[in-house]
Design a protein around this ligand. Structure first.
Ligand SMILES: NC(=O)c1ccc[n+]([C@@H]2O[C@H](COP(=O)([O-])OP(=O)(O)OC[C@H]3O[C@@H](n4cnc5c(N)ncnc54)[C@H](O)[C@@H]3O)[C@@H](O)[C@H]2O)c1
Ligand SMILES: O=c1ccn([C@@H]2O[C@H](COP(=O)(O)OP(=O)(O)O[C@H]3O[C@H](CO)[C@@H](O)[C@H](O)[C@H]3O)[C@@H](O)[C@H]2O)c(=O)[nH]1
Length: 328
């Protein structure tokens, strides 16, 4: 299969490219490199373009004889979305309008879309099922929610079939250390905790220890990026085998607190994680944990790498040599 991976030079997209290639599919990356890395594109050609240019996307679909599309390109940092809402609506929503137009022009019918548990906002029930009301509480979540509504409308006409995968917290790195998480600036917990343990950039800010949770810090559901990759392959296969469009959570069903992550980082690295308790970060829900039944039933998906220790070991194995830090 020839798959256009939009945003494939980024963190999650590059791991999906690797997984596609490992099973014999060909990933063709379309990325403007605004946040991604040329060196992360290793398993097929790079079309260095912006997804909002419908002409070039259409051309790439035809020229590379594409069978299906996976769409990862987006602005992803919640705080940035609050400061620059228009940029988020432009990239996250107009980008998909452009992509869908190009797919219609080129008669490509299958799309796997990166959604997020941020579409649920502050959930009323835990674990979160796909039926939970979608009431996002920030611009980032709004844009992903609106794209899901767009996909529902467009797919109703029959030409497009999609899978919207609502990831919880992606973390970890390729087990062979080849690729990993390289956001700049990095806002995510696991790499920031590792950086603090490595003695780089000063103590980490722990945003809030007064939440209504067992240890007062936020609880998240961390899913290893390689597990995400496997779920994407299954989702694509389901669509190709004739399944109707669907939206599905991707998490483990297990909540881990921020403090527990810091403990696990200390245990894996053998180093303390210097941190200061800082005020709550705007837009952080206290607890986000996935119900996993739909992913299991629909995708036959069970995470293999997503325990905290494995996630952190793989992330540390990726980062430590790049930071010039000994892993012993
Ligand atoms: N990282 C997480 O924990 C997480 C959780 C839930 C959902 N998601 C979603 O997964 C997707 C991938 O996230 P990531 O962490 O890999 O992000 P990332 O920033 O590492 O990757 C995004 C990639 O898209 C590219 N891109 C952005 N705008 C583009 C445009 N207009 N045209 C072409 N390329 C463009 C960037 O250059 C980058 O390579 C995003 O849609 C994000 O919303 C991520
Ligand atoms: O330096 C840091 C970074 C994070 N946190 C806390 O750690 C938890 C997790 O934060 P982070 O790793 O930034 O992930 P989320 O804010 O949960 O957001 C991620 O996960 C969402 C789904 O849950 C995705 O939609 C987003 O794209 C992705 O950034 C939160 O309580 C943060 O307050 C800290 O205390 N200090």
């Amino acid at each position: 299969m020839r798959v256009l991976v939009v945003g494939g030079a980024g963190y999650i997209g590059s791991h999906i490219c690797k997984a596609l290639a490992e099973r014999g599919d060909t990933p063709i990356v379309l990325d403007n490199l605004s946040r991604g890395h040329r060196h992360a594109v290793q398993w097929g050609p790079l079309v260095e373009q912006d997804v909002r240019d419908v002409g070039v996307v259409s051309e790439a679909l035809t020229e590379h004889d594409i069978d299906a599309v996976m769409h990862f390109a987006a602005n992803i940092e919640v705080g940035e979305g609050q400061r620059e809402p228009l940029a988020f609506w432009d990239n996250n929503v107009a980008g998909v309008v452009s992509l869908l137009n190009a797919m219609e022009r080129s008669n490509v019918r299958h799309l796997v879309f990166s959604s997020t548990c941020a579409v649920y906002g502050e959930p009323q029930t835990l674990p979160i099922t796909e039926d939970e009301p979608r009431t996002p509480v920030n611009v980032y979540g709004q844009t992903k929610h609106v794209v899901e509504l767009m996909l529902e409308d467009v797919s109703r006409l029959g030409a497009l079939k999609y899978a919207a995968l609502r990831y919880f917290n992606a973390a970890g790195a390729s087990p062979d250390g080849e690729i990993g998480e390289e956001h700049d600036p990095e806002t995510h917990l696991v790499p920031n905790a590792l950086k603090a343990a490595a003695g780089l950039g000063g103590p980490m800010h722990l945003f809030g220890d007064d939440y209504d949770t067992p240890d007062g810090t936020c609880v998240r559901d961390f899913i290893h990026v390689m597990d995400l990759a496997q779920a994407h392959l299954r989702a694509l296969d389901r669509l190709r085998e004739g399944s109707a469009s669907f939206a599905c959570n991707l998490g483990t069903g297990t909540g881990i607190s921020v403090k527990e992550i810091l403990d696990a980082v200390e245990s894996v690295t053998g180093r303390p994680v210097p941190h200061t308790i800082s005020p709550r970060r705007a837009g952080d829900a206290a607890q986000l944990v996935s119900d996993t039944r739909l992913a299991r039933d629909l995708l036959d998906f069970t995470p293999a790498y997503s325990d905290a220790r494995t996630i952190i070991e793989h992330a540390w194995a990726f980062h430590a040599p790049r930071w010039g830090v000994s892993r012993d």
